[in-house]
Design a protein around this ligand. Sequence first.
Ligand code: PRP
Ligand code: MG
Length: 181
Amino acid sequence: SGAVESDLVEVLFTEKQIIDRLGELAAEIERDYEGKDLVIVGVLRGAVMVMADLARALGRHVEMDWMAVSSYGSGTKSSGVVRILKDLDADITGRHVVIVDEIIDTGLTLSWLTSNLGSRGPASVEICTLLRKPEALQMPVDVKYVGWDIPNEFVVGYGLDYRERYRNLRDIGTLAPHVYS
Ligand code: PRP
Ligand code: MG
């Protein structure tokens, strides 16, 4: 009952494609923040893989920090209310910040986080996401770095879970129907 790639009905992005794309985004970030202090903030828990690979693709010093947030109530994100489960350790006053997540779905998480971190007096706040679902977007989110736009399908792997499974798959894909039944 391990996490198996055979539970995927279709592989959308292979491990190599993901690493290559993150390398391109890292090159953009290096160029944009050349000579500047930079903190990248990973959104627990889904962003763990992206943070690890993006940070190592960056050929420069970068501070890595983390936040954990959760929607209020019964897990519904439509309330628009987010609470902080784990705050930053770093003081980002006057510093350049890039928030890193693996997917933007409705946009609630990153819309809220951007405004929350923006209120702390940083030099700048930008977003880097590996995936984005334009059709699912409910909040305006200004994203500076995006790996790929994808259709509004349920995807797992590389940090993305289905009921807390499949986060540790190397590839990203869609789940086979037998998994749901
Ligand atoms: C998922 C995903 C993003 C967020 C995107 O995290 O990792 O952080 O949802 O959805 P949104 O754009 O609709 O806010 P989740 O809150 O499920 O927690 P996890 O990272 O621990 O899986
Ligand atoms: Mg998340």
